[in-house]
Design a protein around this ligand. Structure first.
Ligand code: UTP
Length: 291
Protein backbone atom coordinates (compact mmCIF):
# COMPACT_ATOMS: atom_id res chain seq x y z
CA UNK A 1 0.00 0.00 0.00
CA UNK A 2 1.35 3.43 -0.99
CA UNK A 3 2.46 5.74 1.84
CA UNK A 4 0.58 9.05 1.64
CA UNK A 5 0.57 10.11 5.30
CA UNK A 6 3.33 11.42 7.51
CA UNK A 7 3.44 12.56 11.09
CA UNK A 8 5.86 15.11 12.46
CA UNK A 9 6.26 14.92 16.25
CA UNK A 10 7.05 18.46 17.39
CA UNK A 11 5.88 18.46 20.99
CA UNK A 12 9.21 17.98 22.77
CA UNK A 13 10.51 20.49 25.30
CA UNK A 14 13.73 21.23 23.44
CA UNK A 15 15.72 21.57 26.65
CA UNK A 16 19.06 21.29 24.82
CA UNK A 17 18.46 24.52 22.94
CA UNK A 18 17.09 26.63 25.77
CA UNK A 19 16.65 29.53 26.15
CA UNK A 20 16.06 29.83 22.36
CA UNK A 21 13.25 27.27 22.58
CA UNK A 22 11.52 28.83 25.60
CA UNK A 23 8.82 30.59 23.56
CA UNK A 24 9.85 29.63 20.00
CA UNK A 25 9.50 25.88 19.36
CA UNK A 26 12.84 24.39 18.28
CA UNK A 27 11.08 23.09 15.15
CA UNK A 28 10.53 26.76 14.22
CA UNK A 29 14.20 27.72 14.56
CA UNK A 30 15.54 29.18 11.40
CA UNK A 31 17.81 27.72 8.77
CA UNK A 32 18.72 30.86 6.77
CA UNK A 33 15.21 31.95 5.71
CA UNK A 34 12.88 29.08 6.56
CA UNK A 35 11.98 27.38 9.86
CA UNK A 36 13.30 23.82 10.29
CA UNK A 37 9.84 22.27 10.09
CA UNK A 38 9.22 23.76 6.63
CA UNK A 39 12.21 21.83 5.24
CA UNK A 40 10.65 18.67 6.69
CA UNK A 41 7.21 19.36 5.22
CA UNK A 42 8.84 20.10 1.83
CA UNK A 43 10.75 16.80 2.00
CA UNK A 44 7.47 14.95 2.65
CA UNK A 45 5.70 16.68 -0.23
CA UNK A 46 8.62 16.00 -2.59
CA UNK A 47 8.26 12.29 -1.76
CA UNK A 48 4.56 12.28 -2.70
CA UNK A 49 3.07 12.54 0.81
CA UNK A 50 -0.24 14.41 0.73
CA UNK A 51 -1.41 14.41 4.37
CA UNK A 52 0.71 15.49 7.31
CA UNK A 53 -0.18 15.46 11.00
CA UNK A 54 1.97 17.68 13.19
CA UNK A 55 2.01 16.73 16.87
CA UNK A 56 2.20 19.94 18.88
CA UNK A 57 1.54 21.06 22.43
CA UNK A 58 0.74 24.20 24.35
CA UNK A 59 2.80 27.11 23.10
CA UNK A 60 3.42 25.73 19.61
CA UNK A 61 0.54 27.56 17.89
CA UNK A 62 3.11 29.49 15.89
CA UNK A 63 3.67 26.31 13.83
CA UNK A 64 0.00 26.42 12.75
CA UNK A 65 0.29 30.11 11.92
CA UNK A 66 3.31 29.45 9.71
CA UNK A 67 1.44 27.03 7.46
CA UNK A 68 -1.71 29.20 7.35
CA UNK A 69 -2.45 32.25 5.20
CA UNK A 70 -1.30 35.59 6.56
CA UNK A 71 -3.90 37.83 4.94
CA UNK A 72 -2.54 41.17 6.09
CA UNK A 73 0.97 40.34 4.92
CA UNK A 74 -0.20 38.84 1.63
CA UNK A 75 -2.46 41.82 0.84
CA UNK A 76 0.42 44.20 1.50
CA UNK A 77 2.79 42.21 -0.74
CA UNK A 78 0.17 41.93 -3.51
CA UNK A 79 0.28 45.70 -3.88
CA UNK A 80 4.03 45.73 -4.57
CA UNK A 81 5.16 44.27 -7.91
CA UNK A 82 8.84 44.29 -6.89
CA UNK A 83 7.97 41.87 -4.05
CA UNK A 84 6.10 39.33 -6.19
CA UNK A 85 8.73 36.63 -5.59
CA UNK A 86 8.42 37.09 -1.82
CA UNK A 87 4.64 36.88 -2.05
CA UNK A 88 5.02 33.62 -3.96
CA UNK A 89 7.17 32.14 -1.18
CA UNK A 90 4.83 33.33 1.57
CA UNK A 91 1.76 31.91 -0.20
CA UNK A 92 3.53 28.62 -0.92
CA UNK A 93 3.81 27.93 2.85
CA UNK A 94 0.04 27.66 3.15
CA UNK A 95 -0.41 25.46 0.07
CA UNK A 96 2.19 22.76 0.63
CA UNK A 97 -0.04 19.85 1.72
CA UNK A 98 -3.08 19.00 3.83
CA UNK A 99 -1.66 19.74 7.26
CA UNK A 100 -3.47 18.69 10.44
CA UNK A 101 -2.58 19.22 14.08
CA UNK A 102 -3.12 17.37 17.33
CA UNK A 103 -1.82 18.17 20.78
CA UNK A 104 0.19 15.76 22.85
CA UNK A 105 -1.22 16.85 26.19
CA UNK A 106 1.68 15.55 28.26
CA UNK A 107 5.28 15.30 27.08
CA UNK A 108 5.62 11.56 27.61
CA UNK A 109 8.16 10.69 24.95
CA UNK A 110 8.33 10.06 21.23
CA UNK A 111 6.41 6.74 21.43
CA UNK A 112 3.56 8.50 23.22
CA UNK A 113 3.64 11.34 20.64
CA UNK A 114 3.40 8.86 17.74
CA UNK A 115 0.46 7.13 19.43
CA UNK A 116 -1.47 10.44 19.29
CA UNK A 117 -1.59 9.88 15.49
CA UNK A 118 -3.39 6.51 15.68
CA UNK A 119 -6.80 7.64 14.40
CA UNK A 120 -5.27 9.94 11.76
CA UNK A 121 -3.24 7.06 10.33
CA UNK A 122 -5.92 4.35 10.43
CA UNK A 123 -4.93 1.10 8.78
CA UNK A 124 -2.17 2.39 6.46
CA UNK A 125 1.60 2.48 6.51
CA UNK A 126 2.92 5.93 7.41
CA UNK A 127 6.10 7.93 7.81
CA UNK A 128 7.41 9.50 11.00
CA UNK A 129 9.64 12.52 10.40
CA UNK A 130 11.25 13.77 13.62
CA UNK A 131 10.50 17.48 13.92
CA UNK A 132 14.03 18.52 14.86
CA UNK A 133 15.90 16.52 12.21
CA UNK A 134 16.37 18.35 8.93
CA UNK A 135 17.86 16.23 6.16
CA UNK A 136 19.13 17.78 2.95
CA UNK A 137 19.37 15.35 0.04
CA UNK A 138 18.85 15.05 -3.69
CA UNK A 139 16.13 12.40 -3.38
CA UNK A 140 13.93 12.97 -0.31
CA UNK A 141 15.11 10.62 2.43
CA UNK A 142 11.57 9.71 3.43
CA UNK A 143 11.07 8.66 -0.23
CA UNK A 144 14.17 6.42 -0.03
CA UNK A 145 12.56 4.69 2.97
CA UNK A 146 9.16 4.47 1.25
CA UNK A 147 10.82 2.62 -1.67
CA UNK A 148 12.22 0.05 0.78
CA UNK A 149 8.79 -0.29 2.43
CA UNK A 150 7.21 -0.93 -0.99
CA UNK A 151 9.81 -3.54 -1.82
CA UNK A 152 9.94 -5.54 1.44
CA UNK A 153 6.55 -4.71 3.02
CA UNK A 154 7.96 -4.25 6.51
CA UNK A 155 8.95 -1.33 8.74
CA UNK A 156 11.99 0.75 7.72
CA UNK A 157 14.26 2.94 9.82
CA UNK A 158 16.58 5.53 8.29
CA UNK A 159 20.11 5.08 9.64
CA UNK A 160 23.58 6.57 9.34
CA UNK A 161 26.88 5.58 10.89
CA UNK A 162 27.77 8.06 13.64
CA UNK A 163 31.18 8.44 15.33
CA UNK A 164 31.58 5.67 17.95
CA UNK A 165 31.89 8.21 20.76
CA UNK A 166 28.43 9.59 19.85
CA UNK A 167 26.58 6.24 19.68
CA UNK A 168 25.65 6.36 23.43
CA UNK A 169 23.67 9.56 22.71
CA UNK A 170 21.55 7.77 20.09
CA UNK A 171 20.98 4.04 19.70
CA UNK A 172 22.91 1.08 18.32
CA UNK A 173 21.61 -1.49 15.84
CA UNK A 174 22.50 -5.11 15.18
CA UNK A 175 22.11 -5.45 11.40
CA UNK A 176 22.95 -7.82 8.55
CA UNK A 177 23.09 -6.73 4.89
CA UNK A 178 20.15 -7.40 2.57
CA UNK A 179 21.12 -5.49 -0.58
CA UNK A 180 22.93 -2.29 -1.46
CA UNK A 181 22.03 0.14 1.35
CA UNK A 182 19.28 -1.95 2.95
CA UNK A 183 19.85 -4.11 6.03
CA UNK A 184 17.80 -6.40 8.26
CA UNK A 185 17.54 -5.16 11.86
CA UNK A 186 17.82 -7.82 14.59
CA UNK A 187 18.26 -5.75 17.72
CA UNK A 188 18.22 -2.12 18.90
CA UNK A 189 19.60 -0.73 22.15
CA UNK A 190 18.58 2.84 23.02
CA UNK A 191 21.35 4.99 24.55
CA UNK A 192 23.81 2.06 24.92
CA UNK A 193 26.84 1.99 27.20
CA UNK A 194 30.13 1.78 25.21
CA UNK A 195 30.24 -2.00 25.95
CA UNK A 196 26.76 -2.51 24.47
CA UNK A 197 27.55 -0.96 21.07
CA UNK A 198 26.63 -3.49 18.32
CA UNK A 199 27.36 -1.19 15.35
CA UNK A 200 27.73 2.54 14.80
CA UNK A 201 24.44 2.63 12.86
CA UNK A 202 21.90 4.83 14.65
CA UNK A 203 18.33 5.71 13.72
CA UNK A 204 18.31 9.33 12.58
CA UNK A 205 15.10 11.20 12.03
CA UNK A 206 12.99 9.20 9.55
CA UNK A 207 11.09 5.92 9.73
CA UNK A 208 8.24 4.29 7.80
CA UNK A 209 6.02 2.02 9.88
CA UNK A 210 3.15 -0.41 9.34
CA UNK A 211 -0.04 0.49 11.29
CA UNK A 212 0.57 -2.53 13.60
CA UNK A 213 3.19 -0.37 15.36
CA UNK A 214 0.39 1.33 17.33
CA UNK A 215 -0.53 -1.91 19.16
CA UNK A 216 3.14 -2.39 19.97
CA UNK A 217 3.43 1.16 21.36
CA UNK A 218 0.31 0.57 23.46
CA UNK A 219 2.00 -2.48 24.97
CA UNK A 220 5.26 -0.60 25.64
CA UNK A 221 5.63 0.40 29.30
CA UNK A 222 6.91 3.88 30.12
CA UNK A 223 10.51 4.03 31.27
CA UNK A 224 10.35 3.97 35.10
CA UNK A 225 13.02 6.69 35.43
CA UNK A 226 11.94 9.25 32.81
CA UNK A 227 8.25 8.33 32.52
CA UNK A 228 8.70 8.42 28.70
CA UNK A 229 7.43 5.81 26.24
CA UNK A 230 10.34 5.07 23.93
CA UNK A 231 9.45 4.63 20.26
CA UNK A 232 12.51 2.42 19.78
CA UNK A 233 11.10 -0.12 22.28
CA UNK A 234 8.07 -0.64 20.00
CA UNK A 235 10.29 -0.81 16.90
CA UNK A 236 12.45 -3.41 18.68
CA UNK A 237 9.36 -5.60 18.92
CA UNK A 238 9.04 -5.42 15.10
CA UNK A 239 12.75 -6.29 14.76
CA UNK A 240 12.32 -9.37 16.98
CA UNK A 241 9.56 -10.57 14.64
CA UNK A 242 11.87 -10.13 11.61
CA UNK A 243 9.74 -7.21 10.38
CA UNK A 244 12.19 -4.30 10.50
CA UNK A 245 14.73 -3.15 7.91
CA UNK A 246 17.20 -0.25 7.92
CA UNK A 247 18.21 1.98 5.02
CA UNK A 248 21.56 3.77 5.13
CA UNK A 249 20.11 6.87 3.48
CA UNK A 250 21.78 9.37 1.15
CA UNK A 251 21.54 12.80 2.71
CA UNK A 252 23.05 15.14 5.27
CA UNK A 253 21.19 15.28 8.55
CA UNK A 254 21.25 18.31 10.83
CA UNK A 255 20.16 18.00 14.45
CA UNK A 256 18.18 21.16 15.16
CA UNK A 257 17.80 19.96 18.75
CA UNK A 258 21.37 20.93 19.62
CA UNK A 259 23.30 24.16 19.30
CA UNK A 260 26.12 22.91 17.07
CA UNK A 261 23.62 21.23 14.73
CA UNK A 262 21.76 24.52 14.30
CA UNK A 263 24.97 26.34 13.38
CA UNK A 264 26.09 23.59 10.96
CA UNK A 265 22.71 23.65 9.22
CA UNK A 266 22.74 27.41 8.84
CA UNK A 267 26.31 27.50 7.61
CA UNK A 268 25.96 24.75 4.99
CA UNK A 269 22.54 25.81 3.72
CA UNK A 270 23.72 29.43 3.50
CA UNK A 271 26.71 28.37 1.37
CA UNK A 272 24.33 26.87 -1.21
CA UNK A 273 21.68 29.57 -1.01
CA UNK A 274 20.98 31.19 -4.41
CA UNK A 275 20.65 34.69 -2.93
CA UNK A 276 23.45 34.86 -0.36
CA UNK A 277 25.66 31.81 -1.14
CA UNK A 278 28.50 33.63 -2.90
CA UNK A 279 28.68 36.54 -0.43
CA UNK A 280 28.52 34.16 2.52
CA UNK A 281 31.35 32.05 1.07
CA UNK A 282 33.54 35.15 0.70
CA UNK A 283 32.71 36.19 4.27
CA UNK A 284 33.50 32.72 5.64
CA UNK A 285 36.85 32.56 3.80
CA UNK A 286 37.83 35.92 5.26
CA UNK A 287 36.73 34.87 8.72
CA UNK A 288 38.48 31.47 8.47
CA UNK A 289 41.76 33.21 7.61
CA UNK A 290 41.67 34.92 11.00
CA UNK A 291 41.12 31.72 13.03
P1 UTP B 1 13.84 14.73 21.31
O1 UTP B 1 14.01 13.77 22.42
O2 UTP B 1 15.03 15.14 20.55
O3 UTP B 1 13.11 16.07 21.79
O4 UTP B 1 12.68 14.18 20.36
P2 UTP B 1 13.12 16.85 23.15
O5 UTP B 1 12.54 16.05 24.25
O6 UTP B 1 12.45 18.13 22.80
O7 UTP B 1 14.68 17.11 23.38
P3 UTP B 1 15.49 17.69 24.63
O8 UTP B 1 16.31 16.53 25.10
O9 UTP B 1 14.51 18.21 25.66
O10 UTP B 1 16.35 18.79 24.08
C1 UTP B 1 12.71 14.10 18.93
C2 UTP B 1 11.45 14.69 18.33
O11 UTP B 1 10.29 14.18 18.98
C3 UTP B 1 9.47 15.23 19.48
C4 UTP B 1 10.39 16.44 19.62
O12 UTP B 1 9.65 17.65 19.45
C5 UTP B 1 11.41 16.22 18.51
O13 UTP B 1 10.98 16.81 17.30
N1 UTP B 1 8.88 14.80 20.79
C6 UTP B 1 9.67 14.35 21.79
C7 UTP B 1 7.51 14.88 20.95
O14 UTP B 1 6.76 15.28 20.02
N2 UTP B 1 6.96 14.51 22.15
C8 UTP B 1 7.73 14.06 23.18
O15 UTP B 1 7.16 13.74 24.28
C9 UTP B 1 9.12 13.98 22.99
Amino acid sequence: MKVTKAIIPAAGLGTRVLPASKSVPKEMLNIVDKPAIQYIVEEAVAAGITDILIITNRGKGVIEDHFDHSFELETKLQGNASKAHILEQVEACSNLANIYYIRQKETKGLGHAVLCAKSFVGNEPFAVMYGDDVIISEKPVVGQLMDAYDKYGCGVVGVKEVPRKDVPKYCTLDVTPLEDKTMKVHNIIEKPTPEQIMSCYSILGRVVMPPEIFELIEKTPADPKSGEVYFTDAMLDLAHRGLLNAVDFDGIRYDMGNKLGIMQANCEVALNHPEIGEDFKAYLKKLAATL
